[in-house]
Design a protein around this ligand. Sequence first.
Ligand SMILES: [Zn+2]
Ligand SMILES: [Zn+2]
Length: 345
Amino acid sequence: MRAATYHGPGHIRVESVPEPELQSPRGAIIRVTHTAVCGSDLWFYRGETDRDVPSRVGHEPMGIVEEVGDDVVSVEPGDRVFAPFFISCGRCEFCRKGLYTSCVNQDSWSGDNGGAQGEYVRCPEADGTLVRVPDRHADDEDTLRSLLPLTDVMGTGHHAAVSAGVEAGSTCAVIGDGAVGLCGVLAAKRLGAERIIAMGHHEDRLAIAEEFGATDLVSERGEDAIERVQELTNGGVNHVMECVGATSSMETAIGVARPGGTVGYVGVPHGLGDGLDLEPFFRANVTLNGGVAPVRAYAEELMADVLQGTLDPSPIFTKTVDLDGVPEGYAAMDNREAIKVLVKP
Ligand SMILES: [Zn+2]
Ligand SMILES: [Zn+2]
């Protein structure tokens, strides 16, 4: 089969690789029909994080089940499914409490499982990982585009809102105008937030934030951005959604938090080499809550809203490529010509 493969910073190639094979009674083979390039893929692409060379890439699979092991009960060949960026068993202590990302049997979309940016993947834990799309929606292209972000960024934006304690009537700030931040705006809106302040530096992205329900847009940087939010809210917001993970965005998060408020953080920490200064959190009794999003836990409730037409994150896909176009997709995201790239292998 053919798959996108990482060959070092700036080098993604589409090449022939062995097709994954069913290896356990709990596994399934999926023919990938839709996937995406993630903002987190840019870290190894830019050489900011290490990754094996060569290695398969892509962690947001959607496709058709081709084959299942004898013990699989939730899906069968021919079903349309999607899967989160983590593979989880669904049986262990942490899966049962909804913390799928701490699964003791966790696995990843890489190595022999294949990356999602390829023709086929193996899911070694089908029942604990795959989400089945109901048959009547399974071939509707618009619906599938709207469901695909549930594999990662929409679930992550939702986790930011939940972690920040956003509820009906809340005033919140969303830091970051990447795909996760934009999905965070949608999630806050969906939970009933009354005032949503979107913070970012790109006009085109903030325009989507507005379309998604942001009531205020703040494009200033650093201290100016913090001052602006303080002014707008007479002293800060109770619910801050941190969707970047950088030192500067964490500083912005605490800077715009109202005393007694909560920062929900979902950006993978990077560049926090000197650590996070807890003193401002201490001084203002601000809670820091969040972490890697257990998106499998949110898949069914978010899918229900997509299928009834009240949730649509698909505008984050501003470019679509086929498998051969994956290298071009990475370049477009790296150059910020695309917010998120949809891949149709
Ligand atoms: Zn991702
Ligand atoms: Zn588990």
